[in-house]
Design a protein around this ligand. Sequence first.
Ligand SMILES: C[S@@+](CC[C@H](N)C(=O)[O-])C[C@H]1O[C@@H](n2cnc3c(N)ncnc32)[C@H](O)[C@@H]1O
Length: 275
Amino acid sequence: MTEYPSQSAGWQVEQRASEAYEQYLVPPILAPWADRLLETCEIHEGDRVLDVACGTGIVARRIAPRVGPGGSVTGLDINEGMLDVAAETAGDVSPPIEWRRGDATELPFSEAEFDVVSCQQALQFFEDPVAAIEEIHRVLAPNGRTALSVWRPLEYQPAYVALADALERYVGEDAGDMMRSPFPAWDGADLRTLLEDAGFDNVSVTIEIGSVRYPSVPEFVRREAASSPLAEPIAAIDRTVREELIHEVDDALDAYGDDDGIVSPMESYVVTAER
Ligand SMILES: C[S@@+](CC[C@H](N)C(=O)[O-])C[C@H]1O[C@@H](n2cnc3c(N)ncnc32)[C@H](O)[C@@H]1O
């Protein structure tokens, strides 16, 4: 068994979850997936684009140069903390991005205001995904396009199977459920039906396979915890219990260890459709 140095300092809840999300999860996961999402969706100069559930803004930042000075980009999220980090991180990106607080299931926009609506890894968190898709349809102009991504079910994400199981065992059932929540049990047919029932045409659902890399298992656990509401419960558990948790994840991910740390496949559905 690997002996880990004491990590106690690094386990303090030292920053906002939204800052940790931007620092730890955006570069290895959300940024490369944003590029993949935007490859599937033609964005033209002058387009008016809405990014729903924009988080700390990675998709909106990638869109801005594509629409140019004649276009517009709006990022909407329900979480003020995410929007604060989005505004700080975007700096003076051009054209400037408008950050709006709002609920995806009740978009604060009129009909047909946008040419493109994107939504990366958020549909699974909405209480009413049907209402959210209907809202995206409503705010799109005729012939407007949408591009969405949703992680495939947990069994296709080995690193998170290991982490969720260990969290459930050492922190509690809620912690395990929280780590499983980004990976809904939806299949491609569910997503297609969701969009077609809302009135979308030319629905395309593809499976994209990527990977996530971390320098070590303790860093994987620490960074995921810091970027989520689990920061406090994990920081609060006894150091020896936390080390056991890490050992369990390490054992479970043995086959994914290499000279640079750990790497694990991550699979996502990418869905495009036209209004
Ligand atoms: C996993 S993050 C994805 C953020 C961003 N799209 C990205 O790629 O980094 C999920 C986001 O959904 C937002 N969210 C959850 N429910 C929402 C709702 N009903 N309306 C708007 N945003 C919501 C959360 O605040 C969070 O920022």
